[in-house]
Design a binder for this molecule. Sequence first.
Ligand code: SF4
Ligand SMILES: [Zn+2]
Length: 369
Amino acid sequence: MLNQQQSRIRVLPDGAIAFTDPRPDLLPLIQMFDPNFTVRTAPLPGFFRPHLLDTRATGSGLRMTGMSDSNDGELWAAHDRALGYPAPKEPDEGSLLDVKIELATRMLRHCELCALRCGVNRLRGERGRCGLGAEAFVYESYTHIAEEPPINPAVNLSLRGCGMRCVYCQQAPALDPRGTAVEVLVPTFWNRLDFNQARSLVFIGGNPTESLPSVLAFLGAAPADFDLPIGWNCSGYDSPDAIRLLDGVVDVYIPDYKYAGDNCATTLSDAAGYATNVAHAIAAMLKQNVPVMVRVLVLPDHVECCHSPALESLAALSGYGELYISVQGTYLPEWKTLSSDSSLSRRPQQEEIERVRTRARELKLKLIE
Ligand code: SF4
Ligand SMILES: [Zn+2]
């Protein structure tokens, strides 16, 4: 069953026990090893109710029946007008969310949802690197109890497909949309999600942006009493138009900031242009007036080339919105790094993790501790 996948528990070479993606049923076991472990929570700044509910109730100025006849320019104009000057939707009017779904679906004809910009027609069966067509596929869904306190515990909805190829990917099986036990993301999947212990719903991957049209359609079917913030945990290799369509849908962004230079981005993730893209993507997220919690996963030997310059570039953005930094020391060798003899086949040293945190404090960035 998708909802009952287990946490991964690993004994590391130094004898330490690592729990990856811990779930509520593991809490007693985790506390046996670490009596200080608690399920930490904190308010999500500025959150009152999901933006999605308003976006679904906002009119687009276009009749639902005529929406498919509008050209892309007319749809984007209606989109931006409705975002800027929201008015209640009339009965035969398409909503702002309907316009977003139409635009996102049209983007599949020449796909540039992620920054790889394959340009394939996913509606006609062509496939880019993510391997996705028009549908989204669920890899797993579960409640995670060790996310950042403002979203913790989170129902994580993990989607297959990704435009990046990180050699240390923790979700490598999720990269393949044609993997085993594929499940299409359809509106009835809401019935499968258990929000009993959750404080947020977070889309993860793979990378969720590659599945944007289906996710928006799925969100259109959210129950009327759904009242949790929606998080978007993305790679930072997301296109500007995709982020524009997430405006008014996402309540908190949780992007990665993996690399500050193209050499590391290309060598480790085959993601040309990542460094430029991620900085622009985070700037665009901040303009949407929702919290942006940037994850910096400390990679061994990448403090100087990537993490320090990344923090410096984030410091330059910190005046533009609610920016938080989550420094993560949880890197474990995975996938292609398991058999590698590079520095990525070891965990980061505590000193490296502390150096990243210290640099963030020096730059007066708000650290999620
Ligand atoms: S989402 Fe990215 S990888 Fe997939 S087809 Fe579009 S541009 Fe290519
Ligand atoms: Zn680097």
